[in-house]
Design a protein around this ligand. Structure first.
Ligand SMILES: [Zn+2]
Length: 149
């Protein structure tokens, strides 16, 4: 690894520690300028490709999921930490199923389930967009189901 201070190519590892999440932290010293710095390595788990309704594939996008959630959560008492947690849980479930492809609907269903536990208004908004509830009848059915629970 190159030295971030002087760009020297040779740095030495002087200490290595592991954390419980599978990460490895290394203390390093530069052979050129003698500055010390740390590097952190973590495993990147594969997230399956998403199969869209029209049959095309797209890569899972954290940004896309987050922006969809924020649209639904606008002006609701929901914190960045709540949204981060939901995204983290969805990603963990995607990685745990260990498949190379899943229907994109799978991600939407997970998001809907998480929002339902968090905030009913955000849930209904997300459901309207995601389930394509375009008529009042189906929106009312969804809300009636919610109120009945
Ligand atoms: Zn250096």
């Amino acid at each position: 690894m190159r030295c971030p201070y002087c760009g020297h190519k040779k740095t030495r590892v002087i200490d290595t520690s592991h954390d419980t999440r599978g990460g490895t932290r290394r203390r390093r010293v530069c052979d050129g300028c003698q500055q010390r710095f740390s590097s952190y390595e973590r495993p990147i788990l594969a997230t399956p490709m998403l199969i869209k309704r029209d049959g095309t594939r797209e890569e899972y996008s954290r940004e896309k999921l987050i922006s969809g959630l924020w649209v639904a959560c606008a002006k609701r008492p929901i914190s960045t930490a709540d949204v981060d947690r939901i995204v983290g849980e969805i990603e963990a479930e995607l990685q745990q199923i260990g498949r190379s492809e899943v229907k994109s609907r799978y991600v939407g269903d997970l998001a809907i389930r998480k929002l339902k536990e968090l905030d009913e208004v955000a849930y209904v908004r997300y459901a309207i967009v995601y389930l394509g509830l375009s008529d009042l009848e189906s929106i009312r059915n969804e809300i009636d189901t919610l109120l009945g629970e």
